[in-house]
Design a protein around this ligand. Structure first.
Ligand SMILES: [Zn+2]
Length: 94
């Protein structure tokens, strides 16, 4: 798969994840968090706008996954938030 194809496929996944997040939570999604490594290999830039209102950011997390970043708090611990929001990326090997 070309980088452009992976980029497009992951963008699709981000949209789905943000849609699910905003449907199931009171808070609003503000961005997508990726590991530094995945940002680089999938050709995303820090603070790049994916679509209006959603930007991509490097966060400390496992490679091969992404999480929805938002303006709310989901639960008592950050670990649970991460586990709930993490989705597998397409075209990368963790
Ligand atoms: Zn949220």
């Amino acid at each position: 798969m070309s980088t452009a194809a992976k980029y497009a496929k992951n963008l699709q996944r981000f949209r789905q994840a943000v849609g699910v997040h905003d449907r199931e939570n009171e808070c609003t999604a503000t961005g997508i968090g990726l590991s530094f490594f995945d940002m680089d290999r999938l050709d995303f830039d820090e603070a790049e706008e994916l679509w209006p209102g959603i930007t991509v950011h490097a966060v400390e997390m496992t490679t091969g996954n992404f999480r929805v970043l938002c303006d709310g708090e989901h639960g008592p611990s950050e670990a649970e938030v991460q586990a709930a929001d993490v989705t597998e990326l397409i075209g990368v090997e963790a």
